[in-house]
Design a protein around this ligand. Sequence first.
Ligand code: IPE
Ligand code: IPE
Ligand code: MG
Length: 250
Amino acid sequence: MSSIKENINTTKLPLHVAIIMDGNGRWAKTQGKPRVFGHKNGVVSVREVTEAAAELGIKFLTLYAFSTENWSRPTFEVNALMSLLVETVKNEVNTLMKNNIKLQAIGDLTKLPDKTRKALINGIEKTKLNDRMTLVLALNYSSRWEIVEAVKKISMEVSSGKLELENIDPNLFSDYLTTRNIPDPELMIRTSGERRISNYLLWQAAYAELYFTEVLWPDFRKEDFFKAIFDFQQRERRFGLISEQLQEVQ
Ligand code: IPE
Ligand code: IPE
Ligand code: MG
């Protein structure tokens, strides 16, 4: 069986792919199982896309694991997700080391349970020198939270005289976001058929190509990821220009 992977142009890869991993609950429901069963099975997909992205040579992969809004889910589900995170990070650190993948996190980590935060910080510390790919987990993350935090920091620096109002521009603003050392995502994937951004990387995804698939997250496999990359490569990214201008610079 030939894979779609062979049709991917490895010289035209998105530098950064961001994924909204959605549909775990619905997947579990189709099996007559509780929602948490879906989250557990979603870990397999995390492993698959991480491997697939690294195999292709993608440099940054950001996965939306828990949003600020997700705290409002039933306590049982929130607790299960937090424990699953600890377990997954602990179990996967060796694989990340073996594959030379660096772990990072964006979001308000101070609000995570101690165990979850410690496991995460430990994983980040252990893998910090790896340089094949960076895997970013968006945890207790939301764009509006992040943007407001940036505004607060900037305001403080302006009022203390450390920063001049005239020097504030989009580039400088980006440096105050949690993604300061991460390039903007060029491709954003959402699974499960939902077509919304759900407070994810609003600033950073200004020019991201959006890819929606009906596949529920626990069913998402390497081949589905390759399909999204191939689709991305068929698009013309114009950044406000007209098609003819893009031909000229090629
Ligand atoms: C995504 O799956 C995982 C998280 C948001 C943590 P969901 O749990 O949102 O699954 P659905 O969308 O209810 O099916
Ligand atoms: C977005 O999924 C958050 C994560 C994938 C972690 P949700 O399932 O929480 O989003 P909505 O509620 O459908 O917009
Ligand atoms: Mg959902």
